[in-house]
Every structure is written in C-alpha cells, then in structure tokens.
Design a protein around this ligand. Structure first.
Ligand SMILES: CCC(=O)SCCNC(=O)CCNC(=O)[C@H](O)C(C)(C)COP(=O)(O)OP(=O)(O)OC[C@H]1O[C@@H](n2cnc3c(N)ncnc32)[C@H](O)[C@@H]1OP(=O)(O)O
Length: 637
C-alpha cells in the first residue's frame, strides 16, 4: 500500500517503508506510481535485465509536463498559483497560475515543434532565473524533447563543451542575467560558445530582457516574445517512462563533465513521493528552493517536484544578502506564505555573517514557515544551531547528488520525523540501501569511516546512465565495488543507523554548494604558456565551505613576476570556466608532491591546507617537497 500523509506520524512508518522499499521494491514503487497519471500504466516496476544498468517502469508511458501542469488544470486547479517569480534584482514579482503556465508552455512547445524539434531531440537552455526558464523545461517535456540546462555562471567554453556533448537542435537563452553588481549579457557568451563548439544548433530563441537587449543573428536567432506569440499551442506527447527527460552535466574529477540522464517515469514517481514523504509539502502549499534552475536542486525542487505535487513554487532571482540585505529570505517567506524553504548551508552562513543576531527577521511575519531544508554541502553544526534557534522551526539536513536527483539521506518529515543529530542528515531514505565500505569492499563497523556506497539497484528517479556513454557510467560509479554505486563521498553510520557525510574522497570541489572539477581548472592553468605543472585543491572556507586554490610550477627560464602570472591565471579560469569557479588564489611553487608513479598528492595538500597533519604515503617521491610547501599551504591569507 502507498504510504499516505495520514500515516505520517505513525511511529515505525519510516522503518516499515524503508524495509519494504528494499525487500519489495516492485510493490513499493508500483504503489507510489499510482500518484502519477500514465497514458499506459506500468505493469512492472524494475527492469534488471541489463544489470548493472537498471530501468524503472519499462512498459509505462506518460508525459511529465502533463503531470506537472495540465493535470492540475484538468482537476479544476487552473487558478492556483504555479510559479511566483520574485526578482529583487529587477524589482518585480510575477505570478503564473497553472492555467497560464499550461498556455505559455503549450505555445512554446508548439514553436519548438514547428522548428522540427521532436521526441528525443535535445534542447540546451542557458537562462537566468526567469519563469521562462521553467516554461522552457516544461515545453521540452511536453513534446518529449530532452532538455539540458546549463548554469548561467558558466562561461562560453563550458557551454560549448556541453553543446558538443548534447548536440542540441535548438538553444534557448535570454539577453542577460542580472547579478547584484552587474548585468551579465548571455548572448555574447552563447555566440562565443557556438564559435567554439563543433556542433551547430539550427536555431536559437532569445528572451529579450529590458535591462540589456541582445543583437540577434539573422537566420538563426529569433525573438522569444514574437516567435511564441505566433505559435500554435500543442498538447502533451506520451513518452516511454524510460525515455530521457533531461541531461544535466555535473563535474567529475576530469575536465570533461558527466551528462547525468534523468528518465521520465522514475523521476515523476520519485519526486512526487519525495514532496509528500520527505518534504511534507502538499497541493496548494508554497515550496521555495532558493537555488538556481541550472543545478539539480533547481530541476527537482524549483521546477518538477513542487509542480508534480500541485504546489506553488517560488523562483527567486536574488541572493541571500545584498538584494537588498540579509533579511531577503525572510521577506520572501513572508510575502508569499512559504511553508518549506530549501537552500544550501552556505546561504545561511552568509546571512549569519551579515546579521549575526538575526535582527532582520523581526521585520517580517514568517509564521507560514514550518521547516528549513538544507543540502548541497555538509551542514556544519554551528549553522544548524543558528538557523534552528533563529527560525524556531526544524532544520532538516539532507544529502544527495546531481546523479540521484532526490535525497539519499534525510529526515523523512512527511513520513515520520526523527530526532536530529547535528552533523548527520539523518537516515537513508526509502529506496536507498546505504552502506559504508572499506577499501576491501566489505562493510565497516558502525562508527568507522569508509566510502559511502549505495547497493544496487538505485531507486526510481536516479540516473540510469550517462548521456551516450553507458561504459563511462559503469567505470565512474559501478566498477569499484561490484553491486554498488560509489557516491564519491566518505562517511560513516552510527549505532542508530544515522549517516554522517564527511565530504568528497576524490578531487571534486564543493564551492558554495557548487560542484566544480579540479581537473577543469587545472586544464586552464596548464594551458598558460609559462606553466609547467599545476594542481588545484579545495581548501576549507568559513563561508563557502571550500574555495579552490591553485599551485603552479613555472617552466624553467620564466622570470616574469609571480603575481603577474597568478593574476593572468585567475582571469583565465574566470574567462574559460566562469565566475562561479571563484579561483582567487594561485601560488607559484618550486615543486608539487607526487607519488613515484607521478600522481600528484592533492589530498595530502588539501589536508595540510585545512590544518591537518596527514601521514605521507609510503609511495611519495620526495618528502622534502611537502616540507617546502607546508608554509604556503598553511598560509590562509
Ligand atoms: C543536493 C544536490 C546539490 O548539491 S545541487 C546544488 C546545490 N547548490 C546550490 O543550490 C548553490 C548554493 N549557492 C548559492 O546559491 C550561492 O552560492 C549563494 C550562497 C547564493 C551566493 O551567491 P553569490 O554571491 O553569487 O556567490 P557564488 O559563489 O555563487 O558566485 C561566484 C561568482 O559567480 C557569479 N554568479 C553566480 N551565479 C551566476 C549566474 N547565474 N550568472 C552569472 N554569474 C553568476 C557571482 O556573481 C559571483 O561573481 P563575482 O565573483 O562576485 O563577480
């Protein structure tokens, strides 16, 4: 039987649901699938015929846009607010009802169809936090096209890499994004990306914003408002549950991003389930994920999750501070009656820094707020306690990844809230069999650190593969421990089964909740004519969690001032990866520590920079190099 909200507070509801999800995934997820409208209901939940590549609901057929939008209009909720766009950077608030959202989405979908975009074609969306970004995603879903949203803080080169991998027929963009300190023209970035990319999209659709108008390229670009006004609306195209809904690129250890694929059926079922059972949010309530549509939180909990659940979602084009002050979040909660706020710990830390006593909260009536969800990086106990004491509501840490699309470990607030242990995101979510493995692939005892792995199969909504590359999916995630998905994070469980996540065990960085690749930054540094060798490490930072630091060895004979070269390197990373990379410090050093086989010891450097005193690996080539680097790494200025 599906777990319904009426069972929410029944003691043991979580344990029963989790046990059933692991022992009887077929029954558990077929029950959950009843919450979704299918054009062909699935007769079967799990297809393991190609294990370790699993598929969910193999004979189901549905349309995600129908479930997120049309379904609510048809059920008589057309006048309910679907999206509130709150934009302090433009001084506007725009509200879209479900009916308006359906009509706008149907027209944009009609335009894309008239341009020849059909089921399975890819569409890249490179847009700021405007309602049209959500409309664009839904319009693709409506016609079975596969969207790939690229975060606006990435520069042209990163966009080009994604365009070449996804090979979109069309790109949707806007003339500009608006950061508090500046307007960011998007169109020149897109034009530059298209010059760099080998793949040529046929058309680009440009939303002209009054803050900055873009020049359009004759024959390729069209003006959004004009083109959509003349388009015929279209209905929803049924797709297989296993057909891709979107590709979202995420950073790995190398410079080449991984195209995480999300299917239609498993995604709709899992997100619908999560809104009720984890986030305790119900139709008509206001859910606000203060993130960006370019990240997975934006996909799952700004756009699809709340809309699949018939909630009102807030799309916030602003920052936690500076738009205009550290009371911004509390103002939005009060203005729109937000019940659940979801953000990253870093956002709360910047609010705390500017308003340590939380005095600005008193200006607003935040009585609608019932819970604060935090994810995207480790929640430090100080931030947890500060937010809880200030807001007087539960603070719910949750751990997950772009790859999974929804929480792996969380306190299931709708199912059965649990006592919190600061530093732990609480318990494995139903569907996830979380194990802590040692280097030999065996489970370690409670309280012992190890690799956080998920026993296969992963539940619905998680990645079935990487775009166009099953083998890379297997190599990257499934091959280290047979039968397990390797998360890349280290952690442990305690005697009550609570999971503690300690951070990445590889060279992936987490900067202000943004997952960044050290390899991508190193590629840029290595491209400088004066650089012989380099390494980028993520070091602990009070506000952003981690910040990148670059260490470079110059080529013999280079005698230019180190500061000049460092400044060029910082600028090159910003130019090629984007401002979001936030690499601000480069040190020119005499050598980098390596193993005898030539592997740079990034983790050792990171641990030293974080104030630790790690044991040096026995395979180190020259321990004196670390001795010379220690003062540089420890210099946190
Ligand atoms: C659970 C699964 C997941 O992990 S999903 C990922 C979850 N992560 C998140 O939701 C991200 C959370 N972080 C944030 O929202 C921001 O970092 C917050 C805390 C709001 C701070 O924002 P901000 O002050 O812009 O700092 P930042 O470090 O993010 O930005 C660094 C530079 O990049 C720029 N930037 C940012 N976004 C854009 C954008 N969309 N378009 C263009 N530029 C952008 C910022 O302006 C900043 O530039 P600058 O270096 O100050 O000149």
């Amino acid at each position: 039987m599906a777990v319904t909200s009426s069972e929410a507070s029944r003691p043991g509801a979580y344990a029963a649901a989790h046990r059933r999800s692991i022992e009887d995934p077929e029954g558990f997820w077929l029950d959950a699938a009843r919450e979704i409208d299918w054009t062909a209901p699935p007769s079967k939940a799990l297809d393991a015929s190609r294990a370790p590549l699993y598929r969910w609901f193999p004979d189901g057929e549905l349309n995600t846009c129908h479930n997120a939008v049309d379904r609510h209009v048809e059920a008589g909720h057309g006048d309910r607010l679907a999206i509130i766009h709150d934009s302090p950077v433009t001084g506007t608030v725009t509200r879209l009802t479900y009916r308006e959202l359906r009509d706008e989405t149907a027209r944009l979908a009609g335009l894309l169809s008239s341009w020849g975009v059909a089921k399975g074609d890819r569409v890249v969306i490179y847009m700021p936090m405007v309602p049209q970004a959500a409309v664009a995603m839904l319009a693709c879903a409506r016609i079975g096209a596969v969207h790939s949203v690229v975060f606006g803080g990435f520069a042209a080169h990163e966009l080009a890499v994604r365009i070449d991998d996804a090979r979109p027929k069309v790109v949707l963009t806007a003339s500009c994004g608006i950061e508090p300190s500046r307007t960011v023209p998007y169109k020149p970035l897109l034009d530059s990306a298209l010059e760099q990319a080998a793949h040529r999209p046929e058309r680009c659709l440009v939303l002209q914003r009054p803050q900055h108008t873009a020049a359009l390229t004759e024959g390729r670009d069209a003006d959004w408002a004009e083109a959509v006004a003349g388009a015929e609306p279209v209905g929803c195209t049924p797709v297989a549950a296993t057909d891709p809904l979107y590709i979202l690129y995420t950073s790995g250890t190398t410079g080449r991003p991984k195209g995480v694929v999300r299917d239609n059926g498993g995604h709709a079922v899992a997100l619908r389930w999560s809104l009720r059972n984890i986030f305790d949010t119900h139709p008509g309530e206001v859910f606000w994920a203060a993130s960006d549509v370019g990240w997975v939180v934006g996909h799952s909990y700004i756009v699809y999750g709340p809309l699949l659940a018939g909630c009102t979602t807030v799309l916030y084009e602003g920052k936690p501070v500076g738009t205009p002050d550290a009371g911004a979040f509390w103002r939005v909660v009060a203005d729109h009656g937000v019940k659940a706020l979801f953000t990253a710990p870093t956002a709360i830390r910047v609010v705390k820094k500017e308003d340590p006593e939380g005095e600005l909260l008193a200006r607003y009536d935040t009585g609608s707020l019932r819970v604060l969800f935090l994810a995207g990086e480790r929640l430090d106990p100080q931030t947890y306690h500060w937010a809880g004491a200030l807001l007087g509501v539960p603070v719910v840490d949750n751990w997950w990844q772009t790859e999974t699309g929804w929480p792996i470990v969380a306190d299931p607030m709708g199912l059965e809230p649990h006592p919190t242990k600061p530093g732990s995101p609480t318990l494995p979510v139903p569907g996830y069999d979380v194990r802590i493995l040692g280097e030999d692939g065996r489970e370690v005892p409670d309280g012992t650190d190890g690799a956080v792995a998920l026993k296969l199969p992963l539940p619905p909504g998680t990645l079935p593969t990487l775009w166009g590359d099953d083998q890379r999916y297997i190599d990257s995630y499934l091959s280290v421990y047979e039968g397990y998905y390797l998360s890349g994070d280290g952690g442990r469980k305690d005697e009550d089964g609570y999971v503690y996540i300690m951070g990445r065990v590889d060279d992936v960085l987490n900067v202000a909740g943004h997952r960044l690749s050290s390899g991508a930054m190193e590629e840029v540094l290595a491209g400088h004519p004066d650089v012989a060798e380099c390494a980028v490490i993520g070091v602990r930072d009070e506000l952003k969690g981690q910040v990148p630091r670059g260490l470079v060895v110059l080529k013999a004979g280079v005698d230019r001032p180190a500061e000049e070269i460092a400044a060029e390197l910082v600028a090159a990373v910003r130019e090629q990866i984007g401002p979001v990379a936030a690499l601000r410090r480069i040190d020119v050093v005499a050598g980098l520590p390596k193993t005898r086989s030539g592997k740079i010891l990034r983790r050792t450097m990171r641990d030293i920079a974080d104030g630790g005193d790690p044991a040096l690996p026995s395979t180190i080539e020259d321990p004196a190099v670390i001795g010379a680097l220690r003062p540089v790494l420890r210099d946190g200025s």
